[in-house]
Design a protein around this ligand. Structure first.
Ligand code: MG
Length: 395
């Protein structure tokens, strides 16, 4: 019989494989008649990105960054400590003892890893670090530290300059134990190196199952070393990789691996999701009568502008209606055309007797009807073109 932890791991991997496929559908890649979100394309009411003042110097914290270490103090951190024994009260966090001098902080071996007082989820993180010079020891003990996001996902710090004396997925730029860096972008020990980490935390459902694994993109010294990789679970020296539901925000950790690695200029930005439209935005089909629906069906033309008629050469192709509206049961379709032909019909939603919202693009048609309810003209909202007139052929 499968143990519970085996079952959870099995389910997590199963959900991982499902989540792997999910983004393509969610992003509209597989379908052509839906937008990448519930906003319609070119929606003028969609909120604009909030302004953020960039840093004047690349690598310096932008205006919305949370500076974790600016070279002066470690007030953003406490000693990570060890989890209390079962049933024992948690000890009060201790102040860091790492050495702060000359604008950097240096790991004091056995001073303990540090964790932030604040918690973070999706982040952009910048940090600069330098391995000890002269170098000490070899392999995983040569300038080892790490940036461990959410206390669980380690981005390795190691003196990997010109070195192959340890496993590839534990070198600088690796997502520890899962992905080696794409290239060895390391600088020599003693030189400052930059880490820029773009991290999307895992998502869990309310029942604790994995909805979406974590992802990360990493740039080391200006070179891409991790390209939107799927993280298989908390990084650990040995498999299995296994997600366990955790909070949406957790402290990040700087690792004490026993070597005097230095850090400076550490900042982080919280990354928010783009706002989705409010529920009221989703157009709901108005309850129209069959006669009102059928009254939309038809072809709507605009006169050919005189300037488009060629003075010589082959005759132009046959004109096409600006809009062709078809009704099948309660479903409405609009094909947009013109003198160059017609595009394939797309679903349209009548949101009112005189409004037709075209899915998948920025268009809302405004209709006028005659006394019997038959639509006589069609005009695109926001357009300065003349209304298209109902007709069976070219005017
Ligand atoms: Mg490490």
């Amino acid at each position: 019989m499968m143990r519970r932890d085996q079952l959870v791991g099995h389910l997590a991997m199963m959900m991982l494989s499902l989540a792997w496929a999910a983004p393509a559908a969610a992003q509209g890649v597989a379908s052509t008649d839906s937008a990448p979100s519930r906003w319609r394309q070119h929606e003028l009411n969609r909120p604009h990105a909030p302004p953020v003042v960039p840093a004047s110097t690349l690598g310096a914290p932008p205006a919305d960054a949370i500076v974790l270490f600016d070279g002066r103090d470690l007030s953003a951190f406490v000693v990570a400590g060890r989890p209390p024994a079962p049933g024992a009260p948690a000890a009060a966090p201790a102040a860091p003892t790492w050495k702060v001098e000359n604008g950097y902080v240096e790991v004091v071996p056995r001073g303990g890893s540090l964790r932030t007082k604040e918690s973070f989820g999706d982040v952009q993180l910048h940090a600069e670090w330098a391995a000890p010079n002269p170098p000490m020891l070899t392999g995983q003990n040569r300038g080892n530290s790490g940036i461990i996001l959410m206390g669980q996902y380690e981005f390795q710090v190691l003196d990997s300059y010109g070195r192959t004396d340890t496993y590839a997925d534990g070198t600088a730029g690796s997502i520890y134990g899962q992905y080696p860096p794409l290239v060895n972008a390391s600088r020599p020990p003693g030189e400052w190196q930059t880490y820029d980490i773009y991290f999307r935390r895992p998502r869990f459902r309310s029942d604790g199952s994995l909805q979406e694994p974590a992802r990360a993109t990493v740039v080391l010294n200006g070179l891409l070393v991790q390209n939107n990789e799927i993280i298989y679970g908390p990084t650990a020296p040995t498999p299995p990789y296994r997600y366990a539901a955790h909070a949406d925000a957790l402290p990040l950790t700087l690792q004490d691996h026993g070597q005097p690695v230095r850090f400076r200029n550490i900042w982080v930005r919280r990354i928010k999701e783009r706002p989705e439209p409010p529920p009221s935005y989703v157009p709901t089909a108005a309850a129209l009568t069959p006669a009102q629906l059928q009254g939309m069906a038809g072809r709507y033309w605009r006169p050919r502008p005189a300037a488009t008629a060629p003075a010589a050469g082959p005759p132009p192709g046959p004109p096409a209606p600006a809009y062709t509206v078809t009704v099948q049961g309660s479903d409405v379709y609009v094909a947009q055309g013109g003198f160059g032909g017609s595009a394939p019909p797309v679903r349209a939603i009548p949101t009112a007797p005189d409004r037709l919202w075209i899915t998948g693009r920025a268009a809302e048609l405004l209709l006028t009807r005659d006394a019997s309810g038959v639509v006589t003209t069609v005009r695109e909202a926001g357009s300065n073109l003349a209304p298209a007139q109902r007709g069976d052929g070219a005017p």
